[in-house]
Design a binder for this molecule. Structure first.
Ligand code: PGA
Length: 251
């Protein structure tokens, strides 16, 4: 595991954007697994800034978002498709034919999930998977208790997750109950993983995920076993980690 601890959220966003930019420069047709949520917003801003400086070209990039709510329109305020347009896609030269989301409009969820997995495999698998971590340790929408062998599937969100997703614009009753997420096995098959966490409220779960036992109670703990994991934390999110030297020695 490579561990980078930055002073603050801005530093985290820059560090993460640079890692992404390096990978895109090395392989312009990189297959990127994208995450949403609050944590990567700054990273996307930094990437847009790098693009505007002519430093990154998105034209050959292929993306697969890690999750999407089930059966909501693209213009729903919680839609991750909408989020990606707002924070990245509309600002850069990405080809919309190369961006993928689990379709939410088809009613046969199993067929949708199989097709998503097939498309990922058809592109040779995910090269770099970006991940945030939920307060309960979820990755994508793989909630606690998810099996390690899971692939893309329809999941029911925990009430805790739904409550956190409600916001000024979306009341709790409007938060969808189901989503489609890449499975843990699919995520672990990515060739490289970049995990981001920011803020004191993530400090305990970061410690459990990185230094606790590998357990389905904390889905992110499986990442300890990934052969190419980079973790970027800001100082607040790293506050509860013990023996940083031991962690770094794993590099
Ligand atoms: P957040 O979400 O970045 O909004 O905290 C992370 C996640 O749930 O994966």
């Amino acid at each position: 595991m490579q561990l980078q601890i930055t002073n603050d959220y801005r530093g985290l966003s820059r560090a993460a954007a640079r890692i992404m930019a390096q990978r895109i420069l090395t392989k312009p047709n990189l297959v990127l697994g994208l995450a949403t949520g609050k944590t990567p917003i700054g990273m996307y801003e930094e990437l847009v800034a790098l693009y505007r400086q002519g430093l990154v070209d998105f034209s050959s990039l292929v993306t697969f978002n890690v999750d999407e709510f089930f059966a909501i329109p693209v213009d729903h305020p919680l839609s991750y498709h909408h989020y990606m347009e707002e924070h990245l896609f509309q600002h850069v030269n990405i080809n919309s034919r190369n961006t993928h989301f689990p379709s939410t409009t088809v009613s046969d969820a199993n067929a949708v999930c199989r097709e998503y997995e097939r498309r990922i495999q058809a592109h040779g698998g995910i090269d770099l998977q970006i991940l945030g971590i939920g307060h309960n340790g979820h990755i994508g929408f793989n909630e606690p208790g998810s099996d390690w062998g899971t692939t893309t599937r329809l999941v029911t969100l925990t009430e805790e997750t739904r409550a956190r997703l409600a916001n000024r614009d979306v009341s709790l009753t409007e938060v969808p109950r189901q989503a489609i997420t890449l499975g843990i096995k699919t995520i672990m098959h990515a060739k490289e993983i970049l995990l981001l966490a920011s803020g004191r409220e993530k400090a305990m779960i970061v410690r459990q995920a990185l230094q606790g036992p590998v357990s389905t109670d904390i889905p992110a703990s499986i990442l300890q076993l990934h052969p190419r994991l980079t973790v970027v934390l800001d100082r607040d999110a790293a506050k509860e980690l013990n023996d940083l030297d031991d962690l770094r020695r794993l590099e």
